[in-house]
Design a protein around this ligand. Structure first.
Ligand SMILES: Cc1cc2nc3c(=O)[nH]c(=O)nc-3n(C[C@H](O)[C@H](O)[C@H](O)COP(=O)(O)OP(=O)(O)OC[C@H]3O[C@@H](n4cnc5c(N)ncnc54)[C@H](O)[C@@H]3O)c2cc1C
Length: 438
């Protein structure tokens, strides 16, 4: 590799957002030389691989509804029409809500906005829920422990049948393989960007430039394998964005937070097998992806493994943090035992005495309004801030990144729906705050 190769575009980061962006950029600019790089040894190895890979269109903001609904429909199209199996299973999403939560203004707004956008959902009452999921504890009366733990009793279920789970590795492979078929340049792995190459625009070749009075532009990346130049650098590095943008004085406005998943196998535990195999919600005859009313605890059914992945979208208490070291990615067994397990086993006693057989951790990349960012500034096209739901928005974000690159006023999403390309920018942002985050 020469030390100063030049490309039209360099896409940094081969997670789901990087590969989807690379795919649409190359598809719509077939002559451009687009290089995709990542510091890991293959595509989709970082947070994309750590995710629960659940996909839902049930958001409160119309922007997130649009990003996810069109992406999910595209995933279905890839699987059904193109015959590329993403292991997309329509398990549905089930929010278990207390009376207070269900009658809260924010849930009313959430449902109203879904009605307006044509997102289908169904409301179950307590009796119906108990009939369908006999293993669900809907009665906390007299339970002092539940009271001490601030657990809210389940009164309603909000169910979205069009939601589900998929295999994030297959999703990345799909975009990556399709990108490679069109690309003029072989993607490179084991290439770590150490710095963005910020230069004066135009360069006057003065010592120490760029000066404050000069315009500036990122003209490439400085990597462990040498300097690579490009007209535009697409930055799709998720939870690591600040490490590259902070040093050049661009505020990404995003923050990282550690998230963990713990795997419980049903094995021969009758109650867990019965919970996994509840009927009536979907054609798979399984429990949906389920969110408990309290403490942010949720689980994903894992049908191949005959088990559950348990996660938690905790709020106050856990620090926002750059994901920097490998240690930041180590799951903590005490987090399951002392935090998630007591909550989980109160609502679903079938989990009593269970121990995880596997666990892992990754980083969320939160934006202030929990809506992603896509914008071009000083030669860097940033795609980030997915706020814990980047898999389910990957297709739409890839298309918007491409529209921003081509300076199109609007991006066309799957199914022909359009969105102004500036909607997700920092400067001309036009979004509602998302309240339904996990
Ligand atoms: C526990 C957990 C559960 C989740 N559950 C869900 C879910 O159910 N549904 C959902 O939609 N989302 C979920 N998410 C969020 C989802 O994983 C992310 O939103 C998504 O993966 C973001 O994609 P990305 O491409 O931005 O990030 P990543 O997959 O992290 O990709 C970024 C890439 O950039 C590379 N990189 C970083 N820095 C550099 C550098 N300096 N040089 C070169 N390469 C670099 C990394 O190696 C990495 O491959 C979850 C995340 C976690 C951690």
């Amino acid at each position: 590799m020469s030390s100063e190769e030049t490309f039209d575009v360099i896409v940094v980061g081969a997670g789901c957002l990087g590969v989807a962006s690379a795919f649409y950029l190359q598809k719509n600019s077939p002559d451009k030389r687009i290089l995709l790089i990542d510091r890991t040894l293959a595509a989709g190895q970082a947070n994309t691989a750590m995710s629960a890979a659940a996909v839902r269109n049930m958001f409160a903001s119309s922007t997130n509804q649009l990003l996810t609904d069109t992406s999910i429909k595209y995933f279905e199209y890839v699987q059904k029409e193109l015959g590329y199996d993403l292991f997309f299973e329509k398990t549905g999403y089930l929010w278990l809500l207390s009376d207070e939560q269900f009658n809260h203004e924010s849930v009313k707004t959430w449902m109203e906005r879904m009605d307006k956008s044509g997102i289908s959902y169904k409301v179950y009452n307590k009796k119906e829920l108990k009939e369908m999921i006999p293993g669900l504890n809907v009665d906390f009366s007299g339970d002092e422990e539940a009271e001490l733990m601030n657990l809210q009793e389940v009164s309603y279920g909000l169910f979205g049948a069009d939601c589900g789970v998929l295999d994030p590795t297959r999703l990345v492979e799909y975009y990556f393989e399709e990108f490679k078929k069109m690309s003029h340049v072989k993607p490179r792995f084991g290439v770590e960007v150490e710095k963005l190459l910020l230069e004066a625009d135009p360069k006057l070749d003065l010592p120490g430039e760029p000066y404050v009075w000069q315009k500036k532009k990122v003209n490439g990346v400085i990597t462990n394998k040498g300097t690579l130049r490009a007209d535009v650098v697409v930055l799709a590095v998720g939870a690591w964005t600040n490490q590259l943008l902070d040093p050049i004085g661009i505020d990404s406005m995003t923050k990282g937070k550690k998230r963990q998943l713990f795997v419980i196998h049903a094995e021969d535990k009758k109650e867990l097998l019965e919970l996994l195999d509840v009927k009536g919600f979907n054609e798979l005859n399984c429990i949906p992806f389920t969110i408990l009313p309290s403490a942010g605890v949720y689980f994903r059914p894992q049908l191949q493994e005959r088990g559950f992945w348990i996660g938690c979208g905790d709020k106050v208490g856990r620090a926002y943090k750059y994901i920097q070291t490998d240690e930041d990615m180590v799951p903590e067994s005490a987090y399951y035992e002392n935090n998630m397990y007591p909550v989980l086993s109160k609502y679903f006693p079938a989990f009593q005495s269970t121990r995880p057989v596997n666990s892992w951790a990754g980083g969320y990349n939160y934006s202030p309004d929990r809506i992603p960012f896509v914008y071009l500034e000083c030669g860097v096209l940033v795609v980030n801030g997915a706020s814990g739901s980047g898999i389910m928005k990957a297709d739409a974000l890839g298309r918007i990144a491409d529209a921003v690159y081509r300076k199109e006023a609007e991006a066309e999403l799957f199914g022909g729906k359009k969105i102004p390309s500036s909607t997700l920018s920092i400067k001309d942002r036009n979004v509602e705050v998302e309240s339904v985050i996990i």
